[in-house]
Design a protein around this ligand. Structure first.
Ligand SMILES: [Zn+2]
Length: 320
């Protein structure tokens, strides 16, 4: 708005509308309508965002209470691969003794509560069907960040996006703490629609500085793991690394779940550093990162068929 003589003028996209009575054939009410339309649109967008948040929060509450993890199958082998900053055990379950090894890891971001539940469903399902997968050894780490997970379970912030508990007890984002050329002390965490919103996160004093990251990478190298599935949520997408098997499995996973396939080009736009994905590239490990579709729900019904299809594509037999 600026004053020209004694008339107030409004500059709207380069058009200079006089704001008094009928000027140049444009009545005053037309201007008012344009402004009203603008305010209505803005208010509608804000309302839609608020209602969306309330709906997701309510759904999160229900899922956290009614979508539960299943029990650990009796007799399954369990190893402690390390401890968290606060001394919680990092547990790894093993099923089978075959030459092909797959590691499934969840809960690296402790706020992603549903991934831990999914891991227990997966463990139970693998155990029930182990006779069909004799040429495989499956490892399942249900929770890589038990300190953050405990915080998330105690403080579920349903109506604020479920963000509490993402970091470890050193306030480090573990999926930015891997020892890679891109490692830096600060990086970004993108969230919201199309990851359009972001905040700065701590990545640790150096690559692999955190006990949780160290335990995972040492376990992978000591056990010669060639395929790693890492569960996150709740973006509803899936991405791989540059390993050809990873790309094959990622496409299958996207097709079976309906999750969005993220290309290398789109992933690069997120500008993350020190990630598990990059570290797996350096080790030539096939890496598949899944962003499940719910924060607090197990998402098992949506992902089970994709997990089965990727085992088949890795050399296993189809379930009877
Ligand atoms: Zn995550």
């Amino acid at each position: 708005m600026h004053l020209k003589g004694n008339k107030a003028h409004l500059n709207l996209k380069g058009l200079n509308f006089p704001q008094r009575g009928v000027q140049n054939g444009r009545p005053l009410f037309q201007l008012a309508n344009i402004q009203l339309l603008y305010y209505n649109k803005t208010m509608f967008k804000m309302l839609k965002k608020k209602l969306g948040g309330i709906k997701r929060g309510g759904l999160g509450f229900l899922q956290n209470h009614f979508s539960r993890a299943v029990d650990i199958p009796a007799g399954v082998s369990i190893t402690e691969i390390g401890k968290s900053v606060d001394g919680r055990p990092l547990e790894c379950f093993r099923i089978g003794n075959g030459p092909n090894k797959i590691l499934y890891a969840a809960g690296i971001h402790g706020n992603e509560v549903g991934t831990v539940k999914l891991a227990y469903h997966l463990l139970d399902w693998l155990d029930k069907n182990k006779a069909c997968w004799r040429d495989f050894t499956f490892f399942v780490i249900p929770c890589l960040n038990p300190d953050g997970y405990a915080l998330a379970r105690e403080n579920p912030d349903y109506f604020n996006g479920g963000k509490v508990g993402r970091f470890n007890a050193h306030s480090v984002d573990l999926n930015r703490n891997f020892d890679t050329p891109s490692f830096q002390n600060k990086s970004v965490w993108g969230f919201g629609k199309n990851y359009a919103e972001s905040v700065e996160v701590d990545c640790g004093t150096a690559g692999n500085s955190e006990p949780e990251t160290r335990a995972l990478t040492e376990f992978i190298l000591n056990n010669n793991i060639r395929i790693l599935f890492m569960f996150h949520n709740a973006g509803g997408d899936v991405m791989g690394n540059n390993n050809p098997l990873s790309q094959k499995l990622t496409h299958i996973y996207a097709q079976k779940t309906g999750f969005h396939y993220v290309s290398e080009e789109d992933w690069a736009k997120l500008q993350q550093s020190g990630t598990a994905k990059e570290w797996c590239d350096l080790q030539n490990i096939a890496y598949i990162e899944i962003e499940g579709s719910t924060r607090y729900g197990a998402d098992w019904g949506r992902q089970r068929a994709a997990i089965e299809a990727t085992i088949v594509a890795s050399g296993g037999l189809t379930l009877k």
